[in-house]
Design a protein around this ligand. Structure first.
Ligand SMILES: NC(=O)c1ccc[n+]([C@@H]2O[C@H](COP(=O)([O-])OP(=O)(O)OC[C@H]3O[C@@H](n4cnc5c(N)ncnc54)[C@H](OP(=O)(O)O)[C@@H]3O)[C@@H](O)[C@H]2O)c1
Length: 189
């Protein structure tokens, strides 16, 4: 079981614009074809976590309230933890668990829910950073779009050096570069 941060990013390390737009990503030629590879990744996932901005983006854009089965089409019945301090709407028939508990406690529940499958940390970057701070991030898989944004939601706003990151895979999907890194916990002296 591995805990994986899998995301698309701009070349300059942003997940979304400051207004939480992903238009820049979907307008890249071949974006839909590149995204179709997510099925193989998803097959190995047993539990997910995301922050509230990411969840609210999914609600606003995918509209799972208006489209019965839309959430399940993307995520199946996988348990999904949404980190928030607010009361957010749930999605009918989806296994969504709102939490503001420390990430190590949530991770233990996610691991139990995932069984022998992996955990997908969807983002945003600071939430993934909280898992990294706790030594609970095993892999980073980024799909880099041929776009710079100049500003926005950061990919991973942490100081993680090359003694912790090992490049394990490099590939191309149309206009996208796909990189994978194994992550080692920080050695504290
Ligand atoms: N390019 C991609 O493939 C991709 C992937 C993922 C996300 N995105 C986009 O990137 C943007 C990310 O937004 P973001 O940087 O704001 O990150 P986010 O993690 O989606 O949301 C951050 C919010 O989550 C809540 N939160 C975070 N940690 C928490 C904790 N430990 N306990 C309780 N609540 C916690 C807080 O909000 P509250 O407590 O106020 O609710 C915080 O302001 C979104 O627009 C998303 O759609 C893009």
């Amino acid at each position: 079981m591995a805990t994986i941060y899998y995301t698309a990013t701009s070349l300059d390390g942003f997940l979304a614009t400051a207004e939480h737009s992903l238009d820049w990503l979907f307008e890249v030629p071949g974006a839909a074809e590149a995204e179709s590879g997510i099925g193989d990744f998803m097959a190995g996932i047993g539990a997910l976590a995301m922050g509230s901005s990411t969840y609210e983006w999914l609600l606003a854009v995918e509209k799972p309230h208006e489209k019965p089965g839309a959430w399940q089409e993307s995520f199946g019945d996988r348990p999904t933890w949404v980190f928030t301090h607010r009361n957010l709407p749930s999605v009918p028939d989806a296994d969504i668990r709102f939490t503001q508990a420390p990430v190590d406690q949530v991770h233990a529940k996610m691991a139990a829910g995932a069984g022998d499958r992996d955990i997908w940390l969807m983002g945003g970057g600071d939430l993934v950073g909280q898992f990294a701070d706790a030594g609970l991030l095993d892999r980073v898989m980024v799909t880099i779009a041929p776009v710079t944004l100049g500003a926005g939601a950061p990919l991973l706003p942490r100081d993680i050096r090359s003694d912790q990151l090992t490049l394990t895979s490099v590939s191309q999907a149309g206009q996208f570069a796909e990189l994978a890194y194994d992550v080692k916990p920080k050695v504290t002296t």
